[in-house]
Design a protein around this ligand. Sequence first.
Ligand code: CA
Length: 221
Amino acid sequence: MRVLLVEDDPLLGDGVKTALIRAGYAVDWLSRGVDALAALKTEDFSVVILDLGLPDIDGLEVLAEIRRHSRLPVLILTARDAVEERIRGLDAGADDYVLKPFDLQELLARLRVVTRRSEGRASQELILGGLAIDEAQHRVSWQGQEVILGRREFALLLELARHPDKVLPRSRLESLLYGWGEEVASNALEVHVHHLRRKLDNKKLIATVRGIGYRLDSRVA
Ligand code: CA
């Protein structure tokens, strides 16, 4: 999953970004509202973490602009004493909020809640036939056997499993695996898919759609 983090506090932003990457998310971190809006126009994100106190435009304005176009899950960060701001954020379409200062584990838990709610799932476990993915525990089992995956393999499998039978374009999968500023080797995606197929000991679950991308075949799962 690719997260857009909009936070102007350098220490906090850095801490959140690190925690998200460790949890298996691809993260793009921006500190200005206008940059966030520009990025949202051109890039594909799964969820936004939005600080409401930004240096240029109000975070609520960013939220309103997002809601003009999409239902993308948005988690807002607000100060503990800013009750009115929080209420306005929820009224403006935020999916949930976290009060600063927050515990990083709580932020990650809230993030999982808003993303799975946006998918209409009640449980943190995503199950497709013999494939079970536990987002919170970062565990994957296939045909009853636990499979140990690297964080990019995990992110890739989770994204494919969140959209079963849909062809996900290469560019989208690559942008999910890596934020901006990270070099992506031209064959990196193939390498990760190859590893996934080997670890799952199945070549058909993740189908290659030549010239376009990959698709997780739910009939195989
Ligand atoms: Ca701020």
